[in-house]
Design a protein around this ligand. Structure first.
Ligand SMILES: [Zn+2]
Ligand SMILES: [Zn+2]
Length: 102
């Protein structure tokens, strides 16, 4: 997690907004409930952003792109029964038979 103030005020303290703490008449903690996600800058009151979540999302997208680029198919050669991983090469590396991606 890496919180920053959305107003870029430079404040380094934040308050979690997602829980309301319930106390009894003497001030003893009873319970809390989640109200909304997020954090607030204690310096200026602006909502805070969690920069720590952004790179993880970008990384996941990059991995999906990578998987989409390297499309391969496993094909069993009908001649020599070698399991061949095809990309651009459409011939069996073992016996040279032409292969079809099914
Ligand atoms: Zn702020
Ligand atoms: Zn073959």
């Amino acid at each position: 997690m890496l919180l920053v103030c959305s107003s870029r005020c430079g404040g380094g303290l934040f308050r979690a907004l997602f829980a309301e703490v319930e106390i009894d008449a003497s001030g003893v903690y009873q319970d809390h409930r989640v109200t909304q996600p997020g954090y607030m800058c204690l310096n200026c009151g602006a909502p805070a952003l969690d920069l720590g979540e952004v790179p993880a999302e970008l990384e996941a997208e990059a991995r999906e792109d990578e998987a989409a680029r390297t499309v391969t198919a496993d094909v069993l050669c009908p001649v020599c029964e070698t399991m061949v991983q095809l990309d651009a090469n459409m011939e069996c590396p073992n016996c040279g038979s032409p292969l079809e991606v099914t």
